[in-house]
Write a protein that binds this ligand. Structure first.
Ligand code: MTE
Ligand code: MO
Length: 415
């Protein structure tokens, strides 16, 4: 069952990014949840050192691809209650636009058109006149966990770390849309950023997604310009992005220039075909699924992460060990997180904090007593407010490898 994927063909490759050179090394990713966490089971998610990986402004990220730039955060580097800017994963479908921040924001406009009575063109000053809100919001890539599927889904082989929960400041998209006056025909949003297509063709757009109006006008769907109290980093969409918390990260369009209100489901690039879609019914691994049997992913499923300790810890017998992490559940909340240290035979309830606001992930922790020396795995399993739990193994295979919310496990040796 073991699967080894080499993200880079050469043992060492020099990656070019933003004029800086990134040195990266080929690493093995061995993931399926059924594999034991033996010493050979070395996942790069548990890599000891990231010395050879660096993206300017980032810390603790593993580069999966440099063109487009994609990087995930190692689980133990996601330990903060609120994800700092330098620890938030990066997911791009196209090229990162280059900006000269001061000059660019002056001329930046956001256009709202389509099925509205009163199309708007707002500059940043005008946008900031709407009532402002600051919320901690979780964003997870629909493909997080893709590396667990066999046969593999094409795309970045995310393991655990394409998720984050940062604090964002902005205005409610709903307030902006109401001021533009939604027509009765308004059904769906279409968001357009301004990142160049990989081909360099100025007429091509890497991605344009949207959501049903009901999600767009949710009080926690924001147009933001600040992340953790600082201007949005360029990598995260400077100067403006949408945040659609709890839904696939792809609905949180960065470098936002235009919101067009549609009278039907949006059909921009990566909105149709197999993109961000899963089969309407369970299919066997490797199946061909006709396009018309695919449905758009909306709310993300319940999931949790163990962020402390780091996997492969050696611990001393007799001392209780604090284990902690986060849990989130798309549009739902998390009602409980249990951990097991005996391969799922017994489960220990953890204490879980309420979210700081709706759509923030929830922090959980517990003290564990190991009664004997030996090798342990800690498994974490969250349940959402509707009583749905995470699967123990990789859930239903789907052609593009989305929605893997299998439990996270870490290894501990008690000496
Ligand atoms: N303009 C633009 N917005 C985008 C993307 C992109 O490629 N271009 N990628 C999307 C995807 S697939 C994800 S998962 C999130 C990731 O957000 P982050 O890079 O801030 O972590 O951004 C989304 N917004
Ligand atoms: Mo994504």
């Amino acid at each position: 069952m073991s699967k080894r994927i080499k993200p880079n063909a050469s043992r060492r490759a020099f990656l070019k990014y933003g004029g800086l050179t990134i040195l990266t090394a080929a690493i093995d990713v061995t993931l399926p949840a059924l594999n034991p966490l033996t010493s050979e089971w070395v996942t790069s998610a548990n890599a000891d050192s990231l010395d050879k990986f660096s993206i300017p402004g980032k810390n603790g990220l593993r580069v999966l691809n440099n063109r487009p730039l994609n990087a995930e955060t190692l689980p133990h580097f996601l330990d903060d209650k609120i994800t700092p800017n330098d620890r938030h994963f990066v997911r791009n479908n196209g090229l990162v636009p280059s900006f000269e921040p001061d000059r660019e924001t002056k001329g930046w406009t956001l256009k709202i058109d389509g099925e509205v009575h009163n199309p708007l063109i707002l500059n940043l000053e005008q946008l900031k006149r709407f009532k402002q809100f600051t919320y901690s919001l979780q964003i997870e890539c629909g493909g997080n966990g893709r590396a667990g599927y066999d046969p593999p889904g094409k795309g970045n082989q995310w393991t655990y770390g394409a998720v984050g929960c940062s604090s964002y400041t902005g205005v409610r998209l709903g307030d902006v849309l109401r001021s533009a006056g939604l027509k009765d025909s308004a059904v769906y949003t279409g968001y357009y950023g301004s990142d160049p297509h990989l081909s360099g063709d100025p007429l091509k757009i890497p991605i344009s997604r949207g959501t049903p109006i009901s999600k767009a006008i949710d009080d926690h769907t924001l147009i933001v310009w600040e992340m953790n109290g600082r201007p949005l980093p360029i990598l995260h969409g400077f100067p403006l992005r949408v945040v659609t918390p709890g839904w696939p990260g792809s609905t949180s369009i960065k470098w936002l220039k235009r919101i067009t209100i549609r009278d039907r489901e949006h059909d921009g690039p990566k909105m149709t075909g197999y993109s961000y879609r899963v089969p309407r019914y369970p299919v066997p691994p490797g199946a061909h699924v006709p396009k018309e049997d695919m449905r758009i992913i909306e709310s993300m499923p319940v999931k949790s992460l163990i962020t402390f300790p780091k996997s492969r810890l050696n611990w001393k017998l007799g001392i209780p060990l604090m284990v902690r992490g986060h849990a989130w559940a798309g549009d739902r909340s998390v009602s409980s997180v249990y951990v097991s240290i005996d391969f799922g035979a017994n489960w220990i309830e953890t204490s879980i904090a309420a979210p700081v606001n709706t759509f923030a992930w929830q922090n959980w922790s517990t003290l564990i007593d190991f009664r004997k020396k030996g090798y342990y795995e800690v498994w974490a399993r969250a349940m959402d407010s509707a009583g749905v739990t995470q699967p123990m193994v990789v859930p239903g295979w789907n052609p593009k490898g989305y929605l893997n919310n299998a439990m996270h496990r870490i290894a501990i040796t008690v000496l």
